[in-house]
Design a protein around this ligand. Structure first.
Ligand SMILES: NC(=O)C1=CN([C@@H]2O[C@H](COP(=O)(O)OP(=O)(O)OC[C@H]3O[C@@H](n4cnc5c(N)ncnc54)[C@H](O)[C@@H]3O)[C@@H](O)[C@H]2O)C=CC1
Ligand SMILES: O=C(O)[C@@H]1CCC=N1
Length: 349
């Protein structure tokens, strides 16, 4: 499989244990435009057929797809890797729903997706078949992949119903936090091909970050299919060491929440500094989305971009003196990440 992946830049990631990075689909025209996730989400909710945009530090359009097609020549990984892939999605809540939007936007045929989620109600996109858990467990023909996006607390009671699909050769892809490959395999009867992925909600607009690990029953074709699904919603990296997924969960899985909290606290601090509430909200939102877009567009590392804002003896320096104090943001973030990592490990036990 090595040929199907773009090697990680050795300089930028030399401290990271070996993993492989697979970038998402190429950028579309309009890169650098002003969208905002909330707007894209609303547009998608209103117009489920509208394709998601793909922006970011990615290879040219179809670069990896072309390589897949040349190197592998297998059905699910040819020019359009999602074409012809059949997917059963178990759990269509915030994360499952976000991924589904991304897949449909990237060309996964609606008739090739089946959703099972007793609680999803009308949130399943038009044209996508919804079935009961009983029907899902006996789908014929069996789906290529079964993506499981139910809560970690329920996944082990949900999965046994799908053991027959696993036995027939469907590969399972779970996004549940803290649920190990071994635990998933056991719940599926003990002989299942399982991929574990940790995505994040920017997947809804094709800007997700997913890290994958697979057990040794997953074939190359199924690995490529799982990767194609996750690449359709953003950037993908593989790890060999499953233990890293707890830290991945803490950083990128939960990470969007930290950024949204930053927006909330920035707005709150703006209000405390005397700004009208709606102006404070606007400034906070635009500052974070603008800074994120700048980080995405520029080759510079974040420290350089930070220094570009910071005039010696100026206002930013005054604020950073507070934020970068020894007992301020860095140790706080370390504690937060360790707490999330710890919780991920707890969920596994
Ligand atoms: N929300 C996030 O940012 C992320 C979530 N995850 C993982 O994704 C999984 C789902 O989390 P969320 O989407 O946030 O939760 P959620 O509560 O929004 O979605 C879970 C869905 O599962 C459905 N469900 C419950 N029992 C079911 C059953 N027997 N069969 C089919 N569907 C069933 C529920 O109706 C609900 O729609 C969790 O395991 C979580 O760890 C992973 C990465 C990020
Ligand atoms: O909070 C959680 O447990 C899930 C996993 C990563 C993001 N949400």
């Amino acid at each position: 499989m090595a040929g199907a992946f773009r090697p990680v830049d050795g300089n930028r990631h030399s401290h990271v244990p070996p993993y492989r990075l697979a970038l998402g689909p190429g950028p579309e025209p309009g890169r650098g435009r002003r969208t905002g996730g909330h707007r894209a989400w609303r547009v998608r909710a209103l117009l489920p057929g509208v394709p998601v945009r793909h922006l970011g530090r990615q290879v040219g359009p179809g670069g990896h797809r072309r390589r897949f097609a040349r190197n592998r020549g297998r059905s699910v990984i040819m020019a359009d890797p999602l074409k012809g892939l059949s997917v059963l999605l178990v759990g269509c809540g915030k994360m499952g729903g976000a991924m589904l939007l991304g897949w449909l936007g990237q060309g996964l045929a609606r008739e090739n997706v089946v959703v099972v989620d007793p609680g999803a109600g009308t949130s399943v996109p038009e044209g996508v078949r919804s079935v009961t858990p009983e029907e899902a467990a006996h789908l014929t023909p069996r789906p290529d992949l079964c993506v499981v996006a139910v809560k970690p607390q329920t996944i082990k009671t949900v999965l046994p119903a799908y053991a027959a699909l696993a036995a027939q050769g469907t590969t399972f892809l779970s996004v549940a936090a803290g649920t190990t490959l071994a635990g998933l395999d056991q719940a599926l009867g003990g002989n299942a091909a399982v991929v574990r992925a940790m995505p994040n909600t920017p997947a809804a607009i094709g800007r997700g970050m997913s890290v994958l690990v697979a057990n040794d029953r997953v074939s190359d074709v199924a690995r490529a299919a799982a990767e194609a699904l996750m690449r359709a919603v953003g950037t993908v990296a593989w790890v060999e060491d499953e233990a890293l997924i707890d830290a991945v969960t803490a950083v990128s899985g939960s990470g969007p929440a930290y950024v949204f909290l930053l927006v909330e606290t920035l707005a709150e601090a703006g209000r405390a500094a005397g700004l009208p509430g709606d102006l404070a909200d606007l400034l906070a939102r635009q500052t974070v989305t603008g800074a994120g877009a700048l980080l995405d567009a520029m080759p510079d590392d974040p420290a350089t971009l930070r220094r570009n804002v910071t005039s010696p003896g100026g206002t930013t320096a005054a604020a950073l003196d507070v934020l970068m104090a020894e007992d301020a943001l860095a140790p706080l973030m370390r504690r937060a990440i360790l707490a999330a990592q710890h919780r991920s490990r707890e969920l596994a036990s």
